[in-house]
Ligand binder design. Structure first.
Ligand code: PHE
Length: 448
């Protein structure tokens, strides 16, 4: 029975796949613009604290639940508390995966478009490009198609091998770009903005943004790590693996900031420009560089690949759920779910100028998210739903299943974990749920 679900072939394979899920647009596109909007360095400090104090222990919780039950999020919860309403948290995760995939795929489509734009040597105007509904929808469809094709064929072979080669190339390319960006005249102001904290800029909304970004970037709060954890053999060390995943993910995000902010200040652009930041700043940087069109095309290619390893994981959650629980065939269900994600993404695709209705959607108040449909989806699924999911899952793991059972699952295969066991239980039961709860209360204006 166990084999039909599959297992990671090695510890490295697992770390790469989970890092592939974590590293994506969240690190290179979303992180810099959120840092820019929330005041720079002070946000970075809060973000890194949240990653270590909440993200890492919480990730271990999801992984342990997955490995112990060998199931998708709904099945894992149902195995521990059969027939209870807790299953709803699993469903929320499945829905969130679909919701994120819908708008994430649109942005991933833009990155593919920019590969070609860089090759032509004239990136043109970003706002005009994303308001062109035909191109945007075609590129989005293309991206969802590739994602589904890979999930259709199984993930282990192709994508693991790809990540192994392409992730290190992305890393090296980013190092080169950092060196180039910090050598630009005027870049010092960018480094100061990014690295010298001004804590007067911190308020409740900033902390929520940091928490949301941490969960989004680490692929937490929707059961992805439950699903990926369910493919980890018992003999493996979840503790050090989680440490690597968190480290790689934060490193890539941090490096993206070291490129963007120096380049941005050197060009005299506005760090608060929002979601378009990467698509405006990077091409301008490339156009000034020697061999810039080639470097630019490679950069956007690798960014697309990083996004692809994330969209695969987003699609895998609903797919794994339907395979486990509804006993459907992977090969058929993949295309149905991908089709739904595509339809769900169309309003986002049209919300950057093509359709005035979706561009000024504005259901969620302005103080929380920009009015366009894509930003609103990003807030609802990429911030709010992940935070609520993580709150409920941490209560489930810490109290309903029991942190002691979770801890003994983590202990299996990890000799280091013993030293942190008591601390981890305390974090899982108290610190994580309480801090997420306070941040959510603040979001709804309880403290104002
Ligand atoms: N972590 C991914 C990124 O940063 C996005 C993602 C979120 C993927 C949740 C899976 C689950 O790009």
């Amino acid at each position: 029975m166990q084999n039909h679900r599959g297992e990671w072939s090695s510890k490295l394979g697992f770390i790469l796949a989970a890092s592939g899920s974590a590293i994506g647009l969240g690190n290179i596109w979303r992180y810099p613009y959120i840092v820019g909007k929330n005041g720079g360095a002070a946000f970075v400090v809060i973000y890194l604290l949240i990653v270590v104090i909440i993200g890492l222990p919480y990730m271990l919780g999801e992984l342990s639940l997955g490995r112990s039950s060998q199931k998708n999020p709904v099945g894992a919860i149902d195995a521990i508390k059969p027939g209870s309403a807790w299953k709803g948290v699993g469903y929320l995760g499945v829905l969130t995966g679909l919701g994120i995939l819908s708008f994430y795929g649109v942005i991933a489509g833009w990155t593919v478009g920019y590969i070609f734009k860089m090759i032509t040597g004239n990136p043109g105007d970003f706002a005009i490009f994303i308001s062109n509904s035909v191109w945007v929808i075609l590129l989005f469809a293309f991206f969802i198609f590739i994602t589904a094709a890979i999930v259709h064929g199984g993930i282990s072979g192709g994508i693991e091998r790809w990540s192994k080669i392409l992730m290190p190339v992305l890393f090296v390319l980013m190092i080169i770009l950092i060196i180039y960006a910090v050598s630009l005249p005027g870049s010092g102001a960018g480094l100061r903005f990014y690295l010298m904290p001004d804590f007067s800029k911190i308020d409740g909304n900033v902390i929520l943004a940091a928490l949301g970004q941490a969960f989004f970037s680490l692929s937490l709060g929707m059961g992805l790590m439950i699903t990926y954890g369910s493919y980890v053999p018992k003999s493996e060390d979840l503790f050090t693996s989680a440490g690597y995943i968190v480290f790689f993910d934060s490193l890539i995000a941090f490096m993206a900031g070291l490129i963007i902010f120096p380049a941005l200040f050197a060009n005299g652009q506005d760090p608060e420009a929002g979601a378009k930041l990467v698509f405006v700043v990077f091409p301008e940087l490339f156009m000034r560089m020697p061999a810039g069109t080639l470097v630019g095309a490679i950069f956007f290619l690798l960014l697309s690949v990083a996004a692809l390893t994330s969209t695969i994981s987003l699609l895998e959650v609903p797919v794994a759920f339907l395979i486990d629980e509804k006993k459907v065939h992977r090969k058929r269900i993949v295309w149905i779910i991908a089709g739904i994600a595509f339809l769900l993404g169309l309003p986002s695709a049209l919300s950057q100028g093509a359709s005035p209705f979706f561009t000024n959607f504005g259901l969620i108040p302005q103080r929380l998210a920009d009015p366009d449909f894509l930003s609103q989806m990003s807030f609802v699924f990429g911030d709010l739903s992940l935070a609520i999911g993580a709150l409920l899952l941490s209560i489930f793991i810490g109290w309903i299943w029991g942190a002691k059972f979770a801890a003994s699952e983590i202990e299996m295969g990890s000799s280091y974990f013993k030293k942190f066991l008591k601390l981890w239980i305390f974090m899982m039961r108290y610190i994580i749920p309480i801090s997420i709860f306070i941040i959510l209360l603040n979001l709804f204006g309880i403290f104002n």
